[in-house]
Unconditional design. Structure first.
Length: 405
């Protein structure tokens, strides 16, 4: 029996993958002349160009694998990004055809008690929150594969970029009326969470998503503190942490004890985010975490107007109040902050190429997926570089470069 060609093996895997019906698969292979090709990569390119497969699906098949194409009743479409806990995918619910986002706990964390508890806390927090400025969580689910239990959340799918990505794309700071509108929307979302007894504790540009129409969504309640939650205390005990948050944006009192904070800690972090949007740098752009924390606790940042002279003094005073070192000197509530920002805010469309951003995220996420495959003993490596577009350009002006987190 003649040996199957590389392209034949790729097409055979496509047929068995369930991504296409048998009829659709046969018709597509015939129409695109795929069996006449010697290179499976060219076959994959044609399928992606025709919209038959996504880049993510094509790369899985090029690797010779079907794992990772479906998760229960969901067909995975693209990888949207990765974070400390796992991966985010766009997906289609097979029973309804609805497009959703799936946040999947990574393989290396699936048996880690602390991360499982943190994932559960994030899901429970998300299920409580129903607000136009908060990314919605629809359900928390479990599945199983040969490596054990898979934990994932079903979430609202938003075609947007984080504020950190937005400044990278623009390579410049935001106009102050636009920044006011962004922070105003975030404040409204946070106020809703605060009223339900939740403190986010990780407000930063990476956790604020903006759509092209200017709508903002607060996301990632993975570090959220729920009033009276035993699970919260359990997770902290297991993970051995008393300081939770991101050093560039953390409130002084949160850096000392992350469990003795209230809503005003989020207002401080939102103030640091505001500072970043208007200056392109973090309040204390030090090299070490210890120096960043010392800055939040003991020093005042360079005034916004010294870096960006277009910012009116009235707005500069609002940011200073948000970032007051003592909680009692800040705005008492995010709702009150929103009232001060309303007369200054202007909504405007936001220009970005989402597909380019998606490709950049995918490159990072695919490298992490490949690393996890190696740790599992799977020698197959990722093929993302084969079906990729260029990365976003780096910021050129040091004065407007976003700080690292």
């Amino acid at each position: 029996m003649p040996e199957q060609s590389a392209t034949g093996g790729f097409l055979s895997l496509l047929e068995r993958s369930r991504l296409l019906s048998d009829h659709h698969c046969r018709q597509t292979v015939l129409r695109l002349g795929l069996r006449d090709l010697d290179d499976p990569l060219e076959a994959a390119r044609r399928l992606v160009a025709e919209g038959v497969l996504t880049r993510y699906q094509a790369n899985r098949l090029l690797e010779g694998r079907r794992r990772g194409l479906f998760l229960d009743d969901y067909k995975l479409l693209e990888i949207l990004g990765s974070g400390g806990m796992g991966y985010l995918y766009s997906a289609e619910e097979l029973s309804t055809g609805w497009k959703v986002a799936l946040k999947v706990l990574s393989d290396r964390h699936r048996n880690h008690k602390g991360m499982l508890t943190r994932f559960q806390l994030e899901a429970e927090a998300g299920l409580q929150l129903q607000h136009p400025n908060i990314l919605r969580t629809h359900a928390i689910k479990q599945s199983e594969d040969i490596y054990g239990m898979i934990h994932f959340m079903v979430m609202e799918l938003v075609r947007g970029v984080s504020l950190f990505e937005l400044l990278q794309i623009r390579r410049a700071v935001l106009p102050w009326p636009t920044a006011c509108d962004i922070v105003l929307q975030a404040a409204r979302g946070l106020h809703h969470a605060h009223e339900l007894g939740l403190v986010h504790r990780d407000v930063k540009p990476e956790n604020l998503l903006i759509r092209s129409d200017g709508l903002v969504k607060v996301l990632d309640f993975g570090l959220a503190m729920t009033r009276g939650s035993e699970a919260e205390f359990s997770a902290a005990t297991i993970m051995g942490q008393t300081c939770l948050g991101t050093a560039d944006y953390i409130a002084p009192e949160q850096s000392r004890d992350s469990f003795e904070v209230d809503r005003r800690a989020d207002i401080y972090s939102l103030g640091c985010t505001f500072y970043f949007l208007l200056t392109g740098r973090t309040p204390f752009p030090e090299e070490s975490v210890a120096k960043k924390l010392d800055g939040h606790r003991r020093r005042r940042p360079t005034p916004v107007r010294e870096i960006n002279k277009k910012v009116p003094e009235r707005l500069s005073k609002i940011i200073r109040k948000m970032m007051a070192r003592r909680p009692e000197n800040r705005f008492e509530t995010a709702e009150l902050l929103a009232k001060y920002l309303e007369p200054l805010a202007e909504r405007s469309p936001v220009d970005f190429d989402f597909e380019t951003v998606l490709a950049r995220r995918a490159r990072i996420a695919e490298k992490r997926l490949a690393s996890e495959s190696v740790l599992r003993g799977d020698s197959r490596t990722t093929g993302i570089s084969r079906l990729e577009v260029g990365a976003l350009p780096a910021l050129k002006n040091k004065d407007t470069q976003p700080g690292q987190s």
